[in-house]
Design a protein around this ligand. Sequence first.
Ligand code: ASP
Ligand code: MG
Length: 420
Amino acid sequence: MAIIVQKYGGTSVGTPDRIRAVASRIVAAKEAGASIVAVVSAMGDVTDELVALAAAVDPEPPEREMDMLLATGEQVSIALLAMAIHALGHEAISFTGPQVGIVTDHGHTKAKILEVRADRVRDALDAGRIVIVAGFQGTTADGAITTLGRGGSDTTAVAVAAGVGAAVCEIYTDVDGVYTADPRVVPSARKIDEISYEEMLELAASGAGVLNLRSVEFARNHGVAVHCRSSFTDAPGTLVKEVDGSMEQAIISGVAYDASEAKVTIRDVPDRPGVAATVFTRMADANVNVDMIIQNVSEAGTTDISFTVPETDLTRARRTAAAVVAELCARDFTVDESIAKVSLVGAGMKTHPGVAAQMFRALSDAGVNIDLISTSTIRVTCVVDGDQVHTAVRALHDSFGLESAEVTTDSVPGCGEGER
Ligand code: ASP
Ligand code: MG
């Protein structure tokens, strides 16, 4: 019997009514002949409330205790969902992450999954039960509860899907798929039917909130097909999978933005070998996730190094920057929290020159100033003023004609077929 893993996010299980609706959906899938594993998040805003509770007693709570606290959210929803399925006359059994053998490293609050010992899930499925698994949590080999980072339930779902050899991992959420841009910002944004892991990774890394970045990485590394869809309708959503050569590739698949980062600049650091290594080793040791890095042109033997970090890491980044300034005899450091990133993603960029130029032109025509730029083979990201980021997203969506399925690039000479 085919195994389907279904993941339901916090909104989908936010109230008792919604939990009952999810239970009905699960039962329907089971009655249609599949073995079902459901992975669930904490109800509604419970995780945020737990974070606020922790902050109210300790501004910098120990991460081990943070995990102990946050893991309770999912334990509530798995039990309630199993009960709701029971009330429909079906057999369900709930498990915490540690109980199903989700073994992680010791990186409390952003632990990485090392292994999924899925025997317990398989045994329960073989016994004809519906299995409910708590998302977002695991255990270290020596038994400490860990969590996988905010939004980590997606990763649990994909890891469990890989562990039990599921046919598909369905991620149910409150939107009906991945869009060419956030529909709240761009009303004409279009749902994407199919997208490659590579493009989805870039979109997720650039702030598209639909799928958690690490879950997409995990899916790509283990070849898990992910179907991202709405828990409120039956309409198909977006399929994330390996793209075979026959699939027509759009030049640009979407525009994403992220206002949750801040820019740190360390000013007048000595321009000699080892300085960047020191800065970023200290940041890594302080568990600060550094994203974009720009080193300015050197003048009179010193230079400025700017980089972006998630605002959630900012307390640690500031403390570390202060220590680095002292260690390297730099002038000082500054922090700008008002920045935002806007990114254009598309596999066709590899074979179509001129995309970056068109992007910069569109931003300039919209009066948006570019602060930092970074690129990958299939992405161009600009850091802009946070107040202008919606204008930037709309300008790019419009310039590249993303509202229609035929993507247009005005300045771009045709360059034959994409190669992938
Ligand atoms: N409940 C966790 C969070 O809010 C995990 C998740 O929802 O995926 O981040
Ligand atoms: Mg910001």
